[in-house]
Design a protein around this ligand. Structure first.
Ligand SMILES: [Cu+2]
Length: 478
């Protein structure tokens, strides 16, 4: 671990810990963090509030050119050079002027503050909109630092099978001389994100979500892609990325989230019915960020919904548009899970769902408010039975249904969220057969995914509800 990526873990209540690191008592609470106060270096290593220098100015319209964000692995050598220069300049601010909110540590700590230390933007409909706003200001700051407001963040398109390794610029050179490097990652430069975490089935489940609530979450629960693929990639990269409080310390975070942002954009484009929430409680969500000129600005969720027009960037086409069927409405098939805590898919239901699949439609399994151990960041595999979970044969093995990640807020396990984690998986015909098991109801089970030859501990599924859905494909003759 390099000195610039230290992680300070002190299991003290956050407010108290922060003040102690600052050497301030409770009486100094109202003191502005950015009124020219030179913060001691130790304070910068933890997650301080992003600052509150008076009333935020409203975000103004952006008149820059509309330019594409591009896959990180396809940047030209000149573009990569610029990207590295931008992060180099951002990191340099950490030492030249630690009070500059545009410095890399300050940028990383914004995510930390919004992930439990101060407030929580995960596990709800804040997730997509807040991260879009955060990346927007981050992108503008990087552009300003290299004198090029046409700079746009790239994205790490791990959903492309050819781009499953960390983008080359982030690992080459694979040492401290590279401003895009981070020494804490679990992934080596040749490791790949597993297909079961980001493959077509996972992407399809996200991109065909029928409503904004299902895709982007609600005030009290997460949408589909916030778990897999988003959280899974955090766990897979590991190190700082494996915890929300430190994730922003790895430059890969910003290109990872740029791709997550693209998924939101793609979901909107995938169907005329994929519209964002119009609930004023969502639209009026307001956050504050420092812009590229160190001006404290407020931005609302409503101001980020049209990234192309409002925020002046766009994404290239998605390969999934050609693969996605035009689906009719999702139909819910209730189960008696709430009573029996088991799942019984009767023959008739199984056959009906299989027919929908045969005709190009979709069938799904939904686990609402899923409980998982909150003692570590990990990816769990869902199986149809405790026996198949114990055998843990993986994606092509018996009883396998899908994956779900847990990303903790910090290594000390603080700020664990009680908000609902919702899992949805696309079902195949063999999966339907596993669920309609010959010996009566199935008892869903999970195991933590580990390397080969592990002896998995089987975790019975605890969820508020489990149900099924189907969506038939739209046909011209109907
Ligand atoms: Cu994230």
């Amino acid at each position: 671990m390099s000195s610039r990526e230290e992680s300070v873990i002190t299991p003290l209540p956050s407010r108290r810990r922060f003040l102690q690191q600052l050497g301030l008592g409770a009486g100094a609470l109202g003191f502005s963090m950015f009124g020219g106060l030179a913060l001691p270096q130790s304070a910068l290593a933890v997650c301080e509030p992003p600052g509150n220098p008076g009333t935020a100015k409203r975000w103004r319209k952006d008149c820059r050119m509309i330019l594409p964000r591009r896959p990180a692995s396809t940047l030209s050598s000149d573009e990569l050079k610029k990207l590295k220069e931008a992060y180099q300049a951002m990191r340099a601010l950490d030492t030249s002027d630690p009070s500059d909110p545009r410095g890399f540590k300050r940028q990383a700590n914004i995510h930390c503050w919004y992930c439990g230390e101060g407030t929580q933007v995960h596990f709800s409909w804040q997730f997509f909109a807040w991260h879009r706003a955060y990346l927007y200001f981050h992108e503008r700051i990087l552009g300003k630092l290299i004198g090029d407001m046409n700079f746009r963040l790239p994205y790490w398109d791990w959903d492309s099978p050819a781009h499953r390794t960390l983008p080359a610029g982030y690992t080459s050179p694979n040492d401290n001389s590279n401003p895009l490097w981070n020494g804490t990652r679990d992934m080596s430069p040749t490791d790949e994100i597993p297909n079961e975490d980001v493959g077509d089935s996972v992407m399809d489940a996200a991109l065909t979500a029928g409503t904004f609530a299902e895709f982007g979450g609600t005030a009290g629960g997460s949408g589909i892609p916030e778990g897999a693929p988003h959280g899974s990639v955090h766990v897979d990269v590991g190190g700082d990325m494996g915890f929300f409080d430190s994730a922003g310390k790895d430059p890969i975070f910003y290109v990872h989230h740029s791709n997550v942002d693209k998924i939101w954009s793609d979901w909107n484009k995938a169907s005329s019915t994929h519209t964002n929430s119009t609930d004023p409680a969502f639209l009026n969500l307001t956050w504050t960020f420092f812009d590229e000129n160190k001006v404290w600005r407020s931005m609302t969720a409503a101001q980020v919904l049209n990234h192309e027009n409002q925020l002046r960037y766009l994404y290239g086409p998605s390969k999934f548009f050609e693969l996605l069927p035009c689906l009719l409405d999702w139909i819910v098939i209730r189960t008696d899970w709430r009573i029996s805590k088991t799942l019984k898919v009767v023959r008739q239901t199984r056959d009906k769902m299989a027919k929908v699949l045969e005709q190009g439609g979709r069938a799904r399994l939904h686990l609402t408010d899923l409980s998982l151990p909150l003692d570590k960041s990990a990816v769990y595999r869902l199986y149809a039975t405790p026996e198949t979970a114990k055998a843990d044969e993986g994606p092509s093995g018996k009883g396998y249904l899908g994956t779900f990640p847990i990303v903790l807020n910090d290594r000390a396990g603080r700020h664990t969220s009680k908000q609902a984690r919702n899992m949805v998986v696309n079902l195949s015909t063999p999966m339907l057969d596993a669920l309609s098991g010959a010996q009566g109801p199935v008892r869903l089970a999970l195991v933590e995914r580990k390397g080969k030859n592990h002896n998995p501990t089987v975790i019975p599924v605890r969820a508020k509800d489990v149900h099924l859905t189907i969506a038939e494909v739209e046909r011209e003759d109907k």
